[in-house]
Design a protein around this ligand. Structure first.
Ligand SMILES: [Fe+2]
Ligand SMILES: [Fe+2]
Length: 262
């Protein structure tokens, strides 16, 4: 059994690339379940209800991150979106939910959990390690296929989470840095791990933003907006996790990176 995970989708170009490539990738890698991190899918910042509905035409579940609440009104919209998962270690007083159990069309169920890191992150999130223990303890025992999107900056915190959850979940895949890492592996206990899946955004950009704007910031220190780079080819990054549906243990993880001109 295989599932496909796609990293942070940035803006309209990112969304169009997902819609173009995900159906092909589903067939190519025989993936029955697709999870997409959509925290930058609405103009680079957050998500809206209509953007979510659009992406959910080709994804089974969307995860979010530190940009969850960037779009005005999404706090109301998320209440009606049962296939969107926001970070579990945000306050329980926030709308939405941090874990969901979904039917895998091929076989069984898949639990999807979103967590944000604390190292070098601005949010006042709760401890992701404590939170994930609580979330896992509350899952129905029959659910053995569990995907964790750990949305964090520091590779140390991500690797630590991988080992913390090794043998308890199917995969820990990092998001947020927008740069794919080359450290995909199956840990000793049977958990697939990748520090960062990468993004779906302009191939010639800085994390999906216009190069000149980011350079202006770094070279002058002046405040500047960072427009989403909407020109040129889009690079789509993610990972395919192969697993045993009887045990939920991972067999393989393959990072993928494709470039498409829309
Ligand atoms: Fe992001
Ligand atoms: Fe992020």
């Amino acid at each position: 059994m295989n599932l496909l995970f796609i990293g942070d989708v940035v803006g309209k170009g990112g969304r169009e690339a997902v819609k173009r490539l995900v159906p092909e990738l589903r067939r190519e890698f025989n993936c029955s379940f697709v999870v997409v991190n959509a925290e930058n899918s609405a103009a680079g910042n957050g998500i809206t209800g209509s953007v979510a509905s659009d992406l959910l035409k080709c994804a089974d579940v969307l995860t979010l991150g530190d940009h969850t609440w960037d779009q005005k009104g999404f706090d109301a919209e998320i209440r009606n979106l049962d296939r969107i998962i926001r970070p579990a270690n945000y306050s329980k007083r926030q709308p939405g939910r941090g874990v969901g159990v979904f039917r895998n069309p091929a076989s069984g169920e898949v639990a999807v959990i979103s967590l944000v890191g604390k190292v070098f992150m601005k949010d006042s999130a709760y401890d992701p390690f404590e939170t994930v223990d609580e979330v896992l303890a509350a899952l129905p025992p029959a659910v053995n296929t569990i995907l964790v999107d750990f949305h964090a900056e520091a590779t140390s915190e991500k690797e630590a989470m991988g080992y913390y959850l090794d043998g308890r979940v199917t995969a820990v895949i990092g998001t947020h840095t927008h740069v794919q890492t080359a450290d995909g592996c199956v840990l000793p206990g049977g958990t697939a791990y990748l520090s960062d899946a990468g993004m779906v955004g302009a191939a010639r950009s800085v994390l999906g933003r216009e190069v000149d704007a980011v350079l202006h910031k770094f070279t002058t220190g002046m405040p500047v907006r960072f427009p989403v780079e909407e020109n040129g080819p889009i690079r789509l990054c993610g990972a395919v996790v192969g697993y045993d549906s009887a045990t939920g243990r991972a067999k393989s993880i393959t990072a993928i990176s494709r470039e498409v001109t829309l």
